[in-house]
Design a protein around this ligand. Structure first.
Ligand SMILES: Nc1ncnc2c1ncn2[C@@H]1O[C@H](COP(=O)(O)OP(=O)(O)OP(=O)(O)O)[C@@H](O)[C@H]1O
Ligand SMILES: [Mg+2]
Length: 379
């Protein structure tokens, strides 16, 4: 059954209800005149679609932004086509947009399309840590561009957390002068992190279902973020976001280990220089003992087209190279200087493409796994 929630007011509400009633495998699980209520409902219950009356969104770009991060498709119903409505539909990543008059023609087919897809799909929530014991090897470049791609390609809610607490530079790379960071979240050393306060500390990214939690601006506040805070933050983000990417610092600190404990995958970054490989090897001894599960620690080779060969690296570290990223020339540095991610500034760059492939592989793996689990449960 396709479960639908309607957020609308009369007469649009009546028109939508009448149309949904004509679709045998669709069921209206609730109606409301509050978009906020609809979004809250969607975060708690499995829904196949929210149908939203545009009238409820007039003058509220905040709600439009929240809808863009909803975990289910949003269908926007408008009175008549206009540039403003098109912008709104784009901003909320609407699955479809239709006028009230077109409802009887377009909505039934759309609901039928949503039906088989969603009955086979269970939403997976995954944590990906990006780590290297060596500084300057491209952790933040990978974390930022990976998060961007996961959000864009999957269309699912994604969070990027800068856990390089002393010198984190996700902010300068993508969002200068943040008005809120993790520092405000842990102010007063709370025993636990409240999900509401965490939600208020996230910075949304325009036109993407992506939220950022940035590191403190001044390094002296790094110690205020304790390992139990990190555990709480990652736990809450795992519940509210489908993908969470953590950019970690180079030390094997308590905070890093808290995040790594919770991670499904740790992308261990190395570059093909012996000095870096030796450091990575030493950290791998510890990580391999802490996380012996097959496939949790995966080697990602950056600037892979130079220096020590892939075969020698695999032999030296005793770990296969799972992801391969070449040198992107000067553009990655230029993009970092411009405060925009490489995948935005130059999506055709070889490094941008390689990171896009990492994201595609992870989405395929995670979402493929969830489809298999869901099918098994149905048998
Ligand atoms: N494959 C690549 N090709 C070209 N430039 C790259 C590549 N990977 C990273 N860089 C550049 O190298 C610099 C360091 O990268 P980045 O900041 O991502 O490393 P990091 O591991 O996060 O460093 P830190 O340990 O200081 O946090 C950046 O200017 C980045 O643009
Ligand atoms: Mg970094």
């Amino acid at each position: 059954m396709t479960k639908v929630l309607i957020a609308a007011i009369s007469p649009v509400m009546d028109a939508i209800e009448r149309t949904v009633a004509t679709v045998s495998q669709a069921q209206v699980v609730g109606t409301t005149d509050s978009v906020r209520e609809a979004i809250d409902y969607c975060s708690q219950e499995r829904l196949d679609a929210i149908i939203v009356d545009e009238t409820l969104l007039i003058d509220s770009w905040g709600l439009t932004d929240r809808l863009s991060r909803a975990d289910c498709p949003v269908i926007l119903v408008i009175e008549k086509a206009s540039a403003e409505s098109a912008r709104r539909a784009l901003a909320m990543h609407a699955a479809d947009v239709m006028t009230t008059d077109a409802l009887p023609t377009l909505l039934p087919a759309l609901l039928q399309r949503l039906h088989p897809q969603d009955t086979n799909q269970e939403i997976v929530h995954r944590i990906i840590g990006v780590y290297s014991a060596k500084g300057g090897v491209g952790k933040t470049t990978l974390a930022v561009n990976l998060a961007w791609n996961l959000a864009k390609l999957s269309g699912k809610s994604t969070a990027l957390v800068d856990l390089d607490l002393q010198f984190g530079d996700v902010g300068p790379m993508v969002h200068d002068h943040p008005d809120v960071t993790i520092q405000e979240l842990v102010e007063g050393s709370p025993k636990t992190i409240e999900p509401d306060k965490l939600a208020r500390s996230l910075i949304g990214v325009d036109r993407l279902p992506l939220d950022l939690l940035l590191a403190p601006i001044n390094p002296q506040y790094a110690d205020a973020v304790e390992s139990h805070h990190v555990r709480d933050i990652v736990t809450h983000l795992k519940a509210s976001h489908v993908y969470t990417v953590c950019d970690l610092s180079s030390g094997l600190t308590e905070q890093n280990l808290s995040a790594m404990d919770m991670a499904d995958v740790i992308l261990l970054l190395a570059t093909p220089e012996m000095i870096t490989l030796r450091t990575v090897q030493r950290s791998l001894k510890v990580l391999g003992t802490l996380y012996p599960a097959d496939g949790k620690i995966r080697l990602a080779l950056n600037r892979a087209d130079s220096g020590v060969s892939k075969e020698q690296i695999q032999e030296f570290l005793g770990l296969p190279v799972t992801y391969w990223m070449p040198s992107g020339g000067v553009t990655p540095v230029r993009s970092a200087n411009s405060g925009k991610p490489l995948v935005v500034v130059d999506p055709g760059n070889v490094l941008a493409q390689a990171i896009e492939n990492v994201a595609k592989a992870l989405i395929e793996e995670f979402e493929g796994q969830s489809r298999k689990t869901a099918r098994k449960e149905q048998v």
